[in-house]
Design a protein around this ligand. Structure first.
Ligand code: AMP
Ligand code: MG
Length: 706
């Protein structure tokens, strides 16, 4: 079997009216993965979706491309249904039978219940189909499950019985999760596809050489994958993308053949098989790494005619056009540091869950005390943290209580042990004591159910304490963004090997890889590519299959040896950003096979600064985090500098005695200055004349997460 160029996954729908204009669930969604990237489309009616599919497949055929077309309804019914209904033990007979019976209007109005009623009439007893909307009556179709004596022993096909997750029977037409209606409205469409594409189309697993055809139809069940839509995302949309991406990844990894080979059973020609059943683990593993990017090809577009883009405008554009491309997974909080929350975290219980003592001392009801010397008899026992309460304390008496112990019934106030004396079973102290003194109220820190942390928050160690304190053991986080780091240039050598003086040791790669890890991404070392366009193209192709974003350094300008920008231009997606920033040459931004590429300058100082300022917040958004801005502060300058207008400048700087020193040389080849510094001084876009003692903005490395 040769590979599929395009994988389409269709989420079909049995809706009887057009879906809302705004993309919504329970409508037809078509996800697509191919070399150009991933897309999905929303259709308001089945008619519109079918026309779009025809158009799409026609174009693929014309371009001589192979496609796998997956649909999410049953391609067959449990045996021997086809035989009993049509006289042929083959699903295609049912498809054709239904195509002749089902009337499905351009407005989605259809006669599926009438057709099911008619089918039931052909079976003895009470026929196999069941379920219809309230308020209607049919001669042979019941609302509740009343099937009997019809001769189709199993309600589900073998593949449904074996599937991990219990898909429903195609005989069930209504109620939660029912797939029967989609099947009745979907099979006629399959019959038409067969007629339209004839020998070019094969239907797996019904036809022997289906997988050798140019177009392959297969049944899928998207719920084999557990997807977590992010804020504002439609589950159906994410499901079709995730499934298409997972199948594509299986194809790349060579495990798709095993998925096709998993179909088995005596009644395969009648029942068919759900692609993925039998290899659920592999499918989920592939989906685990799947992306659902919504990056448009124009995501890095700058307005035409702009010459030098100010830093703030460049950042605003990146912020507005990028979006999360990673899926989700649940992890225990112990492993959640640095991860990005998918949904808001809410407190499972209040902190503290019950009122308790804030100090070691004696507890009592404040109502029974007053001014001047007080003496209260102590009750038996004591209240200690982690112990059940010793019982209620009568008014006018006191109890020994330790920090963290729940206030026993009758206690609302605690006197610090240092402020009290105990003698002969009596505690004595001087009043008045403020009611509620030295106690903590239930929920005074966090009330149960409140939002603790917003979606997109990157979890830090104190956040883990907050989650744990409120009873949260696991959190749903974004899968780590995989960022590939590639160095380019004929002049580069690996540190550790003896190199001629004309060679430069590759300083960027270890720095960029470490930055990626610091920021919680999965750093993927893509090595070093020479200044050779073909070789670089191959590397980018290979990289794009395994990573979510690519950082390159070197070759990003517009010169003869600037192959990164040349290739992105060739791919039609180059945007050479001439940003008014120093240090920094043009940034080459673009999509390579749907994967965003940040082409950084080769110069290590410029590469570092551009990564901190531009790549860091951008990668954060791709990873599902909210846009991050470094928090700087004003400090007096310990230096003197005159700056021309037009470019924002970042100077390697460090704080000494509360003043910002800058590195002696501004030469952008001076890597030692990066290491000497603790941060950057940011000088605004305009002209500046900085004198010692003047206030300047300092951005510590820490404000960039370093
Ligand atoms: P380029 O952007 O390719 O024109 O490179 C600009 C300068 O940065 C040249 O002097 C390169 O040798 C240098 N350079 C490029 N990549 C690296 C790297 N990975 N490590 C150190 N220097 C580099
Ligand atoms: Mg170069």
């Amino acid at each position: 079997m040769s590979r599929f160029d395009t994988i389409l996954v269709v989420d079909w729908s049995a809706r009887a009216v057009p879906s809302p204009a705004a993309p919504s669930p329970d409508s037809v969604w078509i996800g697509c993965v191919e070399a150009q990237g991933m897309t999905s489309a929303y259709h308001r009616t089945r008619g519109e979706a079918e026309a779009a599919l025809h158009e799409r497949v026609d174009a693929l055929v014309a371009a001589d491309r192979r496609s796998l077309l997956c649909l999410d309804f049953a391609f067959g019914y449990p045996a021997p249904f086809a035989q009993r209904l049509t006289g042929h033990a083959h699903a295609f007979a049912v498809w054709d039978w239904l195509e002749a019976q089902i009337v499905d209007g351009p407005d989605n109005a259809n006669n599926r219940y009438e057709v099911a009623d008619a089918m039931n009439a052909q079976f003895p007893g009470q026929g196999p189909f069941w379920g219809h909307p309230q308020g209607r009556t049919y001669a042979h179709l019941t609302m509740r499950d009343a099937r009997s004596g019809h001769g189709v022993a199993d309600e589900k096909r073998l593949t449904e019985r074996l599937a991990d997750g219990h898909p429903q029977s195609p005989f069930k037409l209504a109620g939660a999760g029912a797939v029967g209606g989609q099947t009745l409205t979907g099979l006629p469409m399959l019959a038409r596809l067969r007629r339209r594409y004839e020998a070019r189309l094969g239907v797996w697993p019904f036809e022997d050489h289906a997988l050798d055809r140019q177009i392959v139809l297969a049944e899928v069940w998207p719920s084999l994958l557990a997807v977590t839509p992010g804020e504002g995302e439609v589950r159906d949309d994410i499901q079709v993308r995730a499934l298409a991406a997972a199948l594509d990844r299986m194809q790349q990894e060579g495990s798709l053949d095993a998925a096709f080979a998993a179909a088995h059973g005596d009644a395969l020609h009648e029942e068919g098989w759900i692609l993925g059943v039998g290899v659920e683990e592999a499918l989920r593993a592939a989906a685990h790494g799947s992306v659902h990017p919504r990056l448009g090809n124009d995501c890095f577009a700058l307005p035409p005619g702009v010459d030098w883009t100010p830093v703030d405008e460049a950042l605003a554009r990146l912020r507005g056009s990028l979006s999360c491309v990673t899926g989700a997974e649940a992890v225990p909080i112990a492993a959640a540091e640095g991860r990005v929350l998918v949904a808001a975290a809410r407190a499972d219980r209040a902190n503290p869950p019950a009122a308790n003592a804030a100090v070691d001392g004696y507890g009592f009801a404040s109502g029974a005390t007053g001014e001047g010397p007080q003496s209260l008899p102590l009750v038996e026992g004591r209240a200690a943290a982690g112990q059940p309460s010793p019982g209620s304390v009568p008014e006018g008496r006191a109890v020994r209580i330790l920090t963290g112990a729940i206030l026993p019934e009758g206690v609302d106030t605690v006197i610090l042990q240092e402020d009290a004396a105990v003698e002969d079973g009596q505690v004595t102290f001087n009043g008045p004591v403020r009611p509620g003194a030295n106690t903590r109220k239930a929920g005074e820190d966090v009330a149960a159910g409140v939002t603790l942390l917003p979606p997109g928050h990157v979890l830090r160690p104190p956040d883990l304490a907050l989650l744990a304190a409120t009873g949260i053991a696991r959190v749903e986080v974004r899968r780590r963004l995989r960022v590939g780091v590639l160095s380019t240039g004929d002049e580069l050598a690996e540190p550790g090997v003896a190199a001629e003086p004309e060679l430069t040791y590759d300083a960027n790669r270890p720095m960029l890889l470490a930055l990626m890890r610091r920021w919680g991404h999965e750093a993927v070392d893509l090595g070093h590519a020479r200044d050779d366009r073909g070789g670089l193209r191959q590397r980018l192709d290979r990289a794009a299959e395994g990573v979510d974003a690519i950082l390159t350094s070197g070759g990003a300008s517009a010169g003869d040896e600037d192959h990164v920008s040349a290739l992105l231009r060739e791919a039609g997606s180059l945007d050479l950003w001439r940003i008014a920033v120093k240090p920094g040459r043009p940034l080459a931004l673009g999509l390579w096979r749907g994967v965003p590429v940040f082409g950084l300058p080769g110069n290590p100082v410029a590469a570092f600064v551009c990564t901190l300022i531009f790549a860091r917040p951008s990668l954060g958004v791709l990873a599902g985090a909210t846009w991050s801005e470094p928090q700087g502060f004003e400090v007096p300058a310990a230096f003197e500098k005159r700056k021309k207008p037009g470019r924002r400048e970042y100077l390697r700087a460090r704080l000494r005695e509360g003043r910002a020193e800058i590195f002696a040389s501004e030469g952008s080849g001076r890597i030692s200055g990066l290491s000497w510094a603790d941060g950057l001084v940011e000088l605004g876009d305009g002209a500046a004349q900085v004198r010692p003692g003047d206030s300047v903005r300092f951005l510590p490395y820490g404000s960039f997460g370093l």
